[in-house]
Design a protein around this ligand. Structure first.
Ligand code: 13P
Length: 257
Protein backbone atom coordinates (compact mmCIF):
# COMPACT_ATOMS: atom_id res chain seq x y z
CA UNK A 1 0.00 0.00 0.00
CA UNK A 2 1.29 3.49 -0.85
CA UNK A 3 1.63 5.54 2.30
CA UNK A 4 1.99 9.30 1.93
CA UNK A 5 5.18 10.36 3.73
CA UNK A 6 4.70 12.79 6.60
CA UNK A 7 7.48 15.19 7.52
CA UNK A 8 6.98 17.13 10.75
CA UNK A 9 9.12 19.86 12.26
CA UNK A 10 9.00 19.85 16.05
CA UNK A 11 10.25 23.27 17.08
CA UNK A 12 10.11 22.36 20.77
CA UNK A 13 10.29 25.45 23.03
CA UNK A 14 11.80 27.70 20.34
CA UNK A 15 10.53 30.70 18.34
CA UNK A 16 7.96 33.24 19.48
CA UNK A 17 4.96 33.85 17.23
CA UNK A 18 6.72 36.48 15.11
CA UNK A 19 9.74 34.27 14.57
CA UNK A 20 7.43 31.36 13.76
CA UNK A 21 5.66 33.41 11.08
CA UNK A 22 9.01 34.37 9.60
CA UNK A 23 10.18 30.76 9.51
CA UNK A 24 7.04 29.54 7.75
CA UNK A 25 7.28 32.34 5.18
CA UNK A 26 10.92 31.42 4.49
CA UNK A 27 10.05 27.74 4.32
CA UNK A 28 7.35 28.11 1.67
CA UNK A 29 9.68 30.37 -0.30
CA UNK A 30 12.25 27.55 -0.39
CA UNK A 31 9.75 24.83 -1.28
CA UNK A 32 8.53 24.08 -4.77
CA UNK A 33 4.93 23.10 -5.32
CA UNK A 34 5.53 19.44 -6.16
CA UNK A 35 6.89 18.78 -2.67
CA UNK A 36 3.38 19.23 -1.35
CA UNK A 37 2.13 16.42 -3.58
CA UNK A 38 4.91 14.07 -2.51
CA UNK A 39 4.54 14.44 1.24
CA UNK A 40 2.40 15.86 3.99
CA UNK A 41 4.25 18.65 5.77
CA UNK A 42 3.55 19.58 9.38
CA UNK A 43 4.78 22.46 11.51
CA UNK A 44 4.67 21.90 15.26
CA UNK A 45 5.29 25.24 16.97
CA UNK A 46 4.90 26.18 20.63
CA UNK A 47 1.27 26.78 21.65
CA UNK A 48 1.77 30.56 21.60
CA UNK A 49 2.35 30.54 17.83
CA UNK A 50 -0.54 28.29 16.80
CA UNK A 51 -3.12 31.02 16.31
CA UNK A 52 -0.78 33.26 14.28
CA UNK A 53 0.25 30.36 12.07
CA UNK A 54 -3.35 29.26 11.59
CA UNK A 55 -4.15 32.73 10.24
CA UNK A 56 -1.10 32.74 7.98
CA UNK A 57 -1.73 29.23 6.65
CA UNK A 58 -5.43 29.79 5.98
CA UNK A 59 -4.98 33.31 4.66
CA UNK A 60 -2.32 32.28 2.17
CA UNK A 61 -3.75 28.78 1.59
CA UNK A 62 -0.42 27.16 2.45
CA UNK A 63 -0.33 23.38 2.33
CA UNK A 64 1.23 23.06 5.71
CA UNK A 65 -0.61 21.28 8.51
CA UNK A 66 -0.38 22.42 12.10
CA UNK A 67 0.59 20.21 14.99
CA UNK A 68 0.74 20.66 18.76
CA UNK A 69 3.57 19.35 20.92
CA UNK A 70 1.27 17.79 23.52
CA UNK A 71 -2.27 18.24 24.84
CA UNK A 72 -4.27 17.62 27.97
CA UNK A 73 -5.95 14.27 28.39
CA UNK A 74 -9.06 16.24 29.49
CA UNK A 75 -11.38 18.23 27.24
CA UNK A 76 -12.12 21.08 29.70
CA UNK A 77 -12.25 21.85 33.41
CA UNK A 78 -10.14 22.81 36.42
CA UNK A 79 -6.71 21.93 35.01
CA UNK A 80 -4.71 25.13 35.38
CA UNK A 81 -2.09 25.54 32.71
CA UNK A 82 -3.21 22.65 30.53
CA UNK A 83 -4.21 22.95 26.88
CA UNK A 84 -7.42 21.27 25.77
CA UNK A 85 -7.44 19.03 22.69
CA UNK A 86 -10.88 20.43 21.82
CA UNK A 87 -9.46 23.96 21.79
CA UNK A 88 -6.54 22.86 19.64
CA UNK A 89 -8.92 21.25 17.17
CA UNK A 90 -10.84 24.55 17.06
CA UNK A 91 -7.63 26.15 15.71
CA UNK A 92 -7.63 23.44 13.05
CA UNK A 93 -4.61 21.79 14.57
CA UNK A 94 -4.43 18.44 12.79
CA UNK A 95 -1.67 16.55 14.64
CA UNK A 96 -0.71 16.19 18.30
CA UNK A 97 2.62 14.77 19.41
CA UNK A 98 1.87 12.34 22.25
CA UNK A 99 4.55 10.98 24.55
CA UNK A 100 7.63 12.70 23.16
CA UNK A 101 10.62 11.38 25.12
CA UNK A 102 11.15 14.85 26.60
CA UNK A 103 7.61 14.73 28.01
CA UNK A 104 8.21 11.23 29.31
CA UNK A 105 11.58 11.90 30.95
CA UNK A 106 11.30 15.56 32.01
CA UNK A 107 7.58 15.72 32.85
CA UNK A 108 6.91 12.21 34.08
CA UNK A 109 4.48 11.09 31.40
CA UNK A 110 3.88 7.39 31.77
CA UNK A 111 2.62 4.99 29.10
CA UNK A 112 -0.84 5.30 30.69
CA UNK A 113 -0.84 9.10 30.49
CA UNK A 114 0.37 8.94 26.90
CA UNK A 115 -2.42 6.50 26.06
CA UNK A 116 -5.02 8.87 27.53
CA UNK A 117 -3.58 11.73 25.46
CA UNK A 118 -3.76 9.61 22.32
CA UNK A 119 -7.43 8.93 23.12
CA UNK A 120 -8.07 12.63 23.84
CA UNK A 121 -6.51 13.75 20.56
CA UNK A 122 -8.56 11.20 18.61
CA UNK A 123 -11.75 12.20 20.43
CA UNK A 124 -11.18 15.78 19.28
CA UNK A 125 -10.71 14.62 15.67
CA UNK A 126 -6.94 15.11 15.52
CA UNK A 127 -4.21 12.66 14.56
CA UNK A 128 -1.81 11.61 17.31
CA UNK A 129 1.88 11.28 16.54
CA UNK A 130 2.71 8.65 19.14
CA UNK A 131 6.41 8.85 20.05
CA UNK A 132 8.33 5.78 21.17
CA UNK A 133 12.01 5.00 21.51
CA UNK A 134 14.62 3.45 23.74
CA UNK A 135 17.40 5.09 25.75
CA UNK A 136 21.07 4.44 25.05
CA UNK A 137 21.31 2.14 28.08
CA UNK A 138 18.30 0.15 26.93
CA UNK A 139 19.83 -0.22 23.46
CA UNK A 140 23.15 -1.36 24.95
CA UNK A 141 21.30 -3.84 27.15
CA UNK A 142 19.65 -5.34 24.06
CA UNK A 143 16.10 -4.45 25.10
CA UNK A 144 15.31 -1.78 22.47
CA UNK A 145 12.75 -3.98 20.70
CA UNK A 146 11.03 -4.87 23.97
CA UNK A 147 10.85 -1.22 25.10
CA UNK A 148 9.42 -0.01 21.80
CA UNK A 149 6.95 -2.88 21.62
CA UNK A 150 5.71 -2.09 25.12
CA UNK A 151 5.36 1.63 24.35
CA UNK A 152 3.42 0.98 21.14
CA UNK A 153 1.10 -1.54 22.81
CA UNK A 154 0.44 0.73 25.79
CA UNK A 155 0.05 3.87 23.69
CA UNK A 156 -2.53 2.24 21.44
CA UNK A 157 -4.48 0.37 24.12
CA UNK A 158 -8.20 0.65 23.50
CA UNK A 159 -7.82 2.44 20.16
CA UNK A 160 -10.02 1.00 17.40
CA UNK A 161 -8.12 -0.58 14.47
CA UNK A 162 -9.66 1.93 12.00
CA UNK A 163 -8.24 4.75 14.10
CA UNK A 164 -4.86 3.07 14.49
CA UNK A 165 -4.70 2.93 10.68
CA UNK A 166 -4.99 6.74 10.52
CA UNK A 167 -2.34 7.62 13.01
CA UNK A 168 1.38 8.28 12.98
CA UNK A 169 3.98 6.60 15.20
CA UNK A 170 7.39 8.23 15.52
CA UNK A 171 10.33 6.02 16.41
CA UNK A 172 12.76 8.36 18.14
CA UNK A 173 15.67 6.69 19.93
CA UNK A 174 16.54 8.94 22.86
CA UNK A 175 20.29 8.60 22.20
CA UNK A 176 19.80 10.13 18.74
CA UNK A 177 17.77 13.18 19.81
CA UNK A 178 19.75 16.39 19.64
CA UNK A 179 23.03 14.49 19.66
CA UNK A 180 23.97 14.52 15.98
CA UNK A 181 24.16 10.74 16.25
CA UNK A 182 21.55 9.33 13.86
CA UNK A 183 20.45 5.71 13.79
CA UNK A 184 21.80 4.01 10.68
CA UNK A 185 19.17 3.71 7.96
CA UNK A 186 19.15 -0.07 8.50
CA UNK A 187 18.64 0.28 12.26
CA UNK A 188 15.95 2.92 11.77
CA UNK A 189 14.19 0.66 9.27
CA UNK A 190 14.45 -2.36 11.57
CA UNK A 191 12.95 -0.45 14.51
CA UNK A 192 10.20 1.12 12.38
CA UNK A 193 9.53 -2.48 11.31
CA UNK A 194 9.21 -3.48 14.98
CA UNK A 195 6.65 -0.68 15.38
CA UNK A 196 4.71 -1.92 12.35
CA UNK A 197 4.79 -5.54 13.50
CA UNK A 198 3.46 -4.48 16.91
CA UNK A 199 0.68 -2.49 15.25
CA UNK A 200 -0.19 -5.62 13.25
CA UNK A 201 -0.36 -7.54 16.50
CA UNK A 202 -2.67 -5.12 18.27
CA UNK A 203 -4.77 -3.78 15.38
CA UNK A 204 -4.37 -6.17 12.45
CA UNK A 205 -2.49 -6.14 9.17
CA UNK A 206 -4.69 -3.53 7.45
CA UNK A 207 -3.87 -1.03 10.19
CA UNK A 208 -0.18 -1.99 10.06
CA UNK A 209 -0.11 -1.44 6.28
CA UNK A 210 -1.71 1.97 6.63
CA UNK A 211 -0.06 3.41 9.75
CA UNK A 212 2.74 5.83 9.00
CA UNK A 213 5.96 5.35 10.95
CA UNK A 214 8.39 8.23 11.18
CA UNK A 215 12.00 8.17 12.21
CA UNK A 216 13.25 10.99 14.45
CA UNK A 217 16.64 11.79 15.95
CA UNK A 218 19.22 14.08 14.33
CA UNK A 219 17.54 14.02 10.92
CA UNK A 220 19.48 16.40 8.67
CA UNK A 221 19.61 17.34 4.96
CA UNK A 222 22.54 14.92 4.62
CA UNK A 223 20.80 11.79 5.91
CA UNK A 224 17.11 12.16 4.99
CA UNK A 225 17.37 10.61 1.54
CA UNK A 226 18.89 7.35 2.77
CA UNK A 227 16.49 7.12 5.69
CA UNK A 228 13.49 7.63 3.39
CA UNK A 229 14.74 4.97 0.99
CA UNK A 230 13.93 2.29 3.56
CA UNK A 231 10.58 0.48 3.28
CA UNK A 232 9.34 0.97 6.84
CA UNK A 233 10.34 4.65 7.13
CA UNK A 234 7.35 6.78 6.11
CA UNK A 235 8.64 10.16 7.19
CA UNK A 236 10.60 12.08 9.76
CA UNK A 237 10.04 13.97 12.97
CA UNK A 238 12.67 16.67 12.82
CA UNK A 239 13.88 18.77 15.75
CA UNK A 240 16.89 21.07 15.38
CA UNK A 241 17.05 21.04 11.58
CA UNK A 242 13.41 22.17 11.31
CA UNK A 243 14.37 25.54 12.85
CA UNK A 244 16.35 26.40 9.73
CA UNK A 245 14.07 27.09 6.75
CA UNK A 246 16.61 26.04 4.13
CA UNK A 247 17.58 22.83 5.93
CA UNK A 248 13.97 21.89 6.57
CA UNK A 249 13.08 22.63 2.94
CA UNK A 250 15.84 20.27 1.78
CA UNK A 251 14.53 17.59 4.14
CA UNK A 252 11.00 18.06 2.78
CA UNK A 253 12.29 17.88 -0.80
CA UNK A 254 14.07 14.58 -0.15
CA UNK A 255 11.02 13.07 1.48
CA UNK A 256 10.03 11.42 -1.80
CA UNK A 257 10.48 7.69 -1.99
P1 13P B 1 16.59 16.46 16.73
O1 13P B 1 16.20 16.39 15.28
O2 13P B 1 17.04 17.82 17.15
O3 13P B 1 17.53 15.37 17.10
O4 13P B 1 15.25 16.20 17.57
C1 13P B 1 14.46 15.11 17.29
C2 13P B 1 13.17 15.23 18.02
O5 13P B 1 13.12 15.10 19.22
C3 13P B 1 11.97 15.56 17.25
O6 13P B 1 10.82 15.38 18.00
Amino acid sequence: MARTPVIAGNWKMNLDHLEAIQLVRQLVYHLVADVFDAAELVGVPPFTALRSLQSLIEGDRLRLALGAQTCSEHDAGAYTGEVSPVMLAALRVRYVICGHSERRTLFGETDEVVNRKVAAALRAGMTPILCVGESGEQRDAGVADAVVTRQVRAGLAGVAPEQVAQLVVAYEPIWAIGTGRTATPDDADAMCGVVRATVADVAGTDAADAVRVQYGGSVKPGNIRELMSRPHVDGALVGGASLDAEDFAVICRFSRR
